[in-house]
Structure formats: structure tokens, C-alpha cells
Write a protein that binds this ligand. Structure first.
Ligand SMILES: Cc1cc2nc3c(=O)[nH]c(=O)nc-3n(C[C@H](O)[C@H](O)[C@H](O)COP(=O)(O)O)c2cc1C
Length: 167
């Protein structure tokens, strides 16, 4: 196979934080592979690597939270995406930037662009990731700030709008 691995770093993604609570254990991780998968019904998919502590916890509950970060929150993506909850109490580090869902007991990021409280709809193992599909029972826009973008291992913000007729 002729796989140039640099070709897989050409995607541009928003950055979500997936949060989960099991008993007294609360954890959250960055997940750029978070995407809508259905409009009717509304469904969101998150791809969780098979070594993630978050994934281990998600196997033990049927609810989880998704927070879409704003361009002001790269520090949270870095913190929650660079250390495992097995080694560090990340939620304690995030402190007051974490809040709880209003419908489900799921951890969310305060001041994120948007928050979703999800019930697990289905799970599918795909290579070294598990696709967990969530049905949101609550969704809200919490901050009108622009989204945080991730591209080739670095954070970015949206640029100017390109006219539909070409730039
Ligand atoms: C910006 C960013 C995006 C990431 N996106 C994903 C992702 O979509 N899926 C995934 O499994 N890991 C992703 N990661 C890696 C996890 O967030 C990282 O391995 C984290 O430490 C896992 O934490 P946990 O072991 O506490 O669950 C991402 C990391 C960063 C920094």
C-alpha cells in the first residue's frame, strides 16, 4: 500500500470535549473526531481510541456530554487531550470551567460554543476506535464565539468568509 501518512493530517476539525461520569469518577478528553451523523433523529458520533480512559468509562454508562470548544478554549483541548485521566485528575485541573448537564448527569465545559447531553444510541468498533453514537436529549448554544479548529496538530481560528463565487 502506498500510504503517505501526511495525507491523513490534511483534515480540519472542530474540537469537542467528551465528558463522562461513573459514580465518583469524572473524566473528559478532547475529541476532534466528533460529528453529526443524522438529522432526523438528531444523532452525534464520537470516535474514541481504544486506549482512552474515557472510552473505558463510557462502556459503564449510557450517558455522556459533548462540548464544542470555542477559539478561546485551546488550553482546555490541550490539557484534556494530552494527559490521561488514569494519570491525572484532569477534572480537578479544569476546575470551575466544568459544569453539569441540566437533564443528564454529564460533565460539560462552561462557556463552550455548544453543549449536548447525550444518551448512547449505539456503539461500533471500527479499527482501533469505537464509534459511540449519542442521541442528544438537550442541546444549547452557550457562547457565540467562533469555533476552535484543529489542523495538522495545531490550533487555528476561522478565517474570512470566501464568496460563493470564489475568492
Ligand atoms: C485536539 C485533540 C483532538 C483529539 N481528538 C481525539 C479523538 O477524536 N479521538 C480520540 O480517541 N482521541 C483524541 N485525542 C486524544 C485524546 O484526547 C487523548 O489521548 C487523551 O489524553 C485521552 O484521555 P483519557 O485517557 O483520559 O480518556 C485528541 C487530542 C487532542 C489534543
Amino acid at each position: 500500500m502506498l500510504l503517505d501518512h501526511r495525507a491523513f493530517r490534511r483534515f480540519v476539525n472542530t474540537v469537542a470535549i467528551v465528558g463522562v461520569a461513573v459514580g465518583d469518577v469524572v473524566n473528559a478528553m478532547a475529541a476532534e473526531w466528533t460529528t453529526p451523523v443524522s438529522i432526523e433523529p438528531r444523532l452525534l458520533g464520537v470516535y474514541i481510541g481504544d486506549t482512552r480512559y474515557t472510552g473505558e468509562l463510557m462502556e459503564q454508562t449510557d450517558i455522556f456530554g459533548i462540548s464544542l470548544l470555542s477559539e478561546r478554549q485551546a488550553h482546555l483541548a490541550h490539557l484534556l487531550g494530552s494527559w490521561s485521566g488514569r494519570a491525572l485528575d484532569k477534572v480537578a485541573e479544569v476546575g470551575p470551567e466544568l459544569e453539569w448537564g441540566s437533564v443528564e448527569h454529564v460533565p460539560l465545559i462552561r462557556g463552550a460554543q455548544a453543549q449536548y447531553e447525550c444518551r448512547v444510541h449505539s456503539r461500533m468498533v471500527l479499527g482501533d476506535h469505537v464509534l459511540v453514537v449519542g442521541a442528544p436529549v438537550a442541546a444549547r448554544i452557550t457562547d457565540r464565539a467562533a469555533p476552535l479548529l484543529y489542523h495538522g496538530g495545531t490550533y487555528h481560528r476561522l478565517g474570512p468568509i470566501i464568496p460563493k463565487t470564489g475568492g
